[in-house]
Design a protein around this ligand. Structure first.
Ligand code: BTN
Length: 326
């Protein structure tokens, strides 16, 4: 478990107690002055927690905002480094962009940027990524000890962890369209954008950006993407509690990232294969060097797609857009 801040500790005490907790008791428990407690309570109020205060009785938590607040995510989070710092924003251009700046300034592995909304969310192949309220838009800073050429493995493994988490939450089969589109009922529900800063031989940092259409209706998405997209709320037909989901996501992601770092890639790749909606199908892949049509046979050790084209020749594609033909 990670060390909690004073705000997080005070919040935990308030949550444990349905009734008022006296300022004196909070002060004594945490070795703070009563004014220091009051200041922390005010910080919590600024974050959107509704806290009643009464003279002589103390403080009582009335409601917790429906936001991906660091204190909510971190309480009960069972990870080693993922979530060690969480930078939460109501609105931001792109969590990946801020995470890259923080990483360049030395932010630790596991630090996360999360936002309620993005104005300029970025998708794969420099597309824009629509990021309304109710989604999970997050970027995790990683400092893997691996050659730059191995970084695509992280994306692949992460897509399986995202899919597994979603499947657990909505109890509906969740597949992956190569390379890392997470699909439910044939529609895209989540995507991953990994960005890397590296020298020729070693990685300086990786930003793992995850976009998950969680708790909003698909009707708020732009018409151009609406047809091919879905959200967890649509699939389940009821609101989705994002905090618990995000915590589970971080735990699954960290577990697989650590396994990958310790040489467990082969088994993780097999998990990806088992969830792939692409392998075994006739596909067309649009790449920068043209289009290829054939049967998607496998992924290679770097996660590139191997296609058997009509001549029987195997073509390996590192990046591109897949259309499933049948
Ligand atoms: C894709 O095209 O499938 C990848 C989408 C990745 C979107 C996420 S949302 C959080 C992070 N910040 C961004 O600007 N993009 C990624």
């Amino acid at each position: 478990m990670m060390k909690l801040t004073f705000e997080e500790e005070i919040l935990r005490d308030l949550k444990e107690q349905a009734d008022f907790v006296s300022g004196q008791r909070l002060a004594e428990t945490h070795g703070l002055s009563r004014t220091a407690v009051w200041k922390r309570i005010n910080i919590l109020k600024q974050h959107g927690y509704e806290i009643e205060s009464l003279p002589r009785r103390g403080y009582r938590l009335k409601s917790v905002p429906d936001l991906l607040l660091p204190a909510e995510i971190r309480s009960g989070l069972n990870t080693k480094t993922f979530g060690c710092r969480i930078f939460h924003h109501q609105e931001i251009d792109s969590t990946n962009a801020l995470a890259k700046q923080l990483a360049a300034r030395g932010a630790a592995e596991g630090a996360i940027v999360v936002a309620e909304q993005q104005r300029g969310g970025v998708g794969r192949l420099r597309r824009s990524w629509s990021s309304p309220k109710g989604g999970i838009w997050a970027s995790i800073i990683l400092r893997p000890l691996m050659p730059p050429a191995d970084v695509p493995k992280i994306t692949l493994v992460a897509s399986e962890a995202v899919a597994r988490t979603i499947e657990g939450a909505i109890e509906t089969p969740t597949l992956i369209k190569w390379p890392n589109d997470v699909m439910v009922s044939g529609k895209k529900v989540a995507g991953i954008l990994t960005e890397i800063a590296s020298g020729p031989d070693e990685v300086e940092f990786v930003v793992l950006g995850i976009g998950l259409n969680a708790d909003f209706p698909v009707s708020v998405l732009p018409a151009a993407v609406r047809g091919g997209a879905t959200t967890l709320r649509e699939e389940r037909g009821e609101p989705i509690e994002r905090t618990q989901l995000f915590r589970q996501l971080l735990e699954n992601l960290e577990q697989d990232y650590l396994r990958l770092s310790q040489g467990g890639g082969a088994a993780l790749f097999d998990n990806w294969r088992a969830r792939s909606s692409t392998l075994g199908h006739m596909v067309t892949v649009a790449t920068l060097s043209g289009k290829f049509t054939g049967v998607a046979k496998d992924i290679d050790s770097h996660g590139a797609l191997v296609i058997e084209i009509e001549s029987g020749e195997a073509v390996t594609v590192a990046a591109g857009d897949v259309t499933h033909l049948r």
